[in-house]
Write a protein that binds this ligand. Structure first.
Ligand code: PMV
Length: 312
């Protein structure tokens, strides 16, 4: 039996702008994970695969799922890449503790876990780069024009600086970073948020390009602050990024409330993370303040708190 776990993720800087070629920064969140387990099925036809994914109500033979169904696609891409079509039947079980529709990379993590597990099971493990590349193809089915940051950060399981079309740069910060992740409780579809920004960008490219440029400048400064371990500057850059995300039209009153709450409770900085219009906010906190900020966020209506940490 093979079992693979892949973490969730948060975006620290540059969401949305990264779709338009600007740099972004993301970290894995190891205390939520997508898990894929593969075991043989005795007596079933050669080359058949049974998929059991209770979180999304799927329990079916792979060939009975519609073509283009993302789980089927991830497995099919892997089989094609390995050029293996004859194998003893096996069962794939998928489960995940990564919150869905909340900007934590659940779809990318499930794809990477599937691709990794199937390729290991078939005795020909794909490289991390290949896992990420095939997961990227599946991400396109989920939301049309993904930047590629989600599949890269979860496949590498390391903090990354990322620009579209380039190899991610893995980094270790100059100082420990602790993030409180607070859920607004509002489900957010990445495809809708990205499409909304696209629509506004089409109608006023100069305005939106200027915002993307400003986000890009903040991301470059954030990279420097991370490298030098300057968390207080990093927090202030997060606050500035949030103002620009609001200008892009991807914030909402619930996000603004939690962001303000975190700042008043002593966070170094806070912003939405991921597609926005709901989903999670993240707050960079001095480690001594983690409990205080978490408690205040709960009082302000956060429906779930997760803490993520990057050590030096
Ligand atoms: O909501 P998530 O976790 O899928 O993050 C989306 C990040 C965007 O920049 C809005 C889209 C992308 O593909 O990078």
């Amino acid at each position: 039996m093979i079992s693979v776990n892949v973490p969730g993720k948060i975006i620290l800087f540059g969401e949305h702008a990264v779709v338009y070629g600007r740099p972004a920064i993301a970290i894995p969140v190891h205390n939520v994970q997508a898990k894929v387990t593969i075991s043989p099925i005795k007596g079933a036809d050669e080359g058949s695969i049974y998929l059991d994914a209770p979180n999304v109500d799927i329990s079916a033979w792979l060939h009975d799922l519609n073509e283009g169904q993302p789980l089927r696609e991830a497995i099919q891409l892997t089989l094609n890449a390995l050029n293996i079509h004859e194998f003893p039947a096996f069962q794939i079980r998928i489960s995940s503790t990564i919150p869905v529709a909340s900007g934590m990379g659940s779809s990318a993590a499930v794809s990477v876990a599937l691709i990794r597990a199937v390729s290991i099971h078939l005795g020909n493990p794909l490289s991390i780069e290949q896992q990420s590349a095939y997961a990227f193809e599946v991400e396109k089915l989920h939301h049309g024009t993904p930047s590629g940051i989600d599949n890269n950060v979860v496949a590498h399981e390391k903090p990354i600086f990322y620009s579209r079309g380039e190899q991610p740069q893995i980094f270790i910060p100059g100082e420990r970073m602790v993030f409180v992740i607070a859920d607004t409780g509002i489900a957010s579809q990445t495809s809708q948020a990205v499409a909304g920004v696209r629509e506004r960008w089409v109608s006023d490219q100069d305005y939106y390009e200027a915002i993307f440029d400003q986000i890009s400048e903040l991301t470059v400064l954030a990279k420097r602050a991370i490298n030098t371990g300057d968390n207080s500057t990093l927090g202030s850059l997060m606050n500035q990024n949030q103002v620009l995300l609001k200008a892009l039209g991807v914030s909402c009153p619930e996000i603004e409330k939690l962001v303000q709450c975190a700042q008043s409770a002593g966070a170094d900085g806070s912003k939405l993370s991921g597609a926005g219009q709901g989903g999670n906010i993240i707050a960079l906190v001095p480690p001594s303040n983690e409990t205080e900020v978490s408690n205040e966020l709960k009082k302000a209506g956060a429906t779930r708190i997760i803490v993520a940490e990057v050590s030096v």
